[in-house]
Design a protein around this ligand. Structure first.
Ligand SMILES: [Zn+2]
Length: 240
């Protein structure tokens, strides 16, 4: 397929539809933890990192709701690009939660600790608490955001475990209860204009097929990561 302007919401919807027709069940990261010992024959763990746009996030929630599937959305708290508690954005996050999707925290824990000169451990506890109180929920998952600071927010987890923060998982954690990146077939849109994939943690160099094309290969466990910001109706520079 010509990769130019293929990241449309319409195409994305088709990829999910195709995966469903191929017999995949689409579940959240939390469900993956809870059902790990009893997974369906073909499953997609559906992860969404809200990097830049909550307006576009609503479009994804609409698609998932239309198809009757669930996803896990990771929300930033300190993004210059959006305020999660603005009048418009809070309503969208509320809609996401009320639709039955999972909300997790898209953490920038090392970034904020270094920029503010504060303690990362305390910051993470505070951030989780703020999300829980703001939306009256109990999040169970955190995923580390890769931003522009040159710092790696995943480093925080080198000597810490999600359970220490009342969590079931971190997005790339290697605890046997999760270990999804290492055990699954991972497909991500994080290169914006093309897909990339890893098979059990190993980059499949040069393979830029979308996840529906990979679904045709019947990988039992697929781990799909998408970003709302990547999609549009006609071209990349649309704002929602
Ligand atoms: Zn991110």
């Amino acid at each position: 397929m010509n990769p130019v302007f293929s990241f449309t919401f319409a195409n994305l919807e088709t990829y999910y539809k195709t995966s469903l027709l191929l017999g995949y069940e689409v579940i959240t990261c939390q469900e993956y933890c809870q059902r790990k010992n009893n997974l369906p024959a073909k499953v997609i763990v559906n992860r969404v990192d809200i990097d830049l746009s909550i307006a576009k996030t609503k479009r994804l929630v609409d698609i998932f709701n239309k198809l009757g599937i669930k996803g896990t959305f990771f929300l930033r708290l300190h993004a210059p690009e959006y305020n999660p508690f603005s009048f418009a954005n809070y309503r969208i996050i509320r809609y996401l939660i009320d639709s039955g999707h999972e909300l997790g925290y898209h953490s920038e824990i090392i970034d904020q600790a270094v920029i503010w000169g504060e303690d990362a451990h305390e910051n993470l506890k505070r951030d989780i608490d703020i999300i829980n109180r703001m939306f009256n929920i109990q999040i169970v998952g955190v995923a580390s955001h890769g931003g522009m600071t040159g710092l790696n927010n995943l480093d925080f987890w080198k000597d810490k475990r999600p359970a220490n923060y009342g969590l079931l998982y971190e997005g790339y954690d290697k605890e046997p209860e999760y270990n999804l990146f290492q055990e699954g077939f991972y497909v991500s849109d994080s290169e914006w204009i093309r897909w990339k994939c890893y098979n059990k943690g190993v980059l499949q160099s040069g393979d830029h097929r979308n996840f529906a094309e990979h679904a045709a290969d019947a990988h039992p466990l697929m781990h799909v990561l998408i970003h709302p910001d990547t999609y549009y109706d006609h071209h990349f520079y649309e704002e929602e």
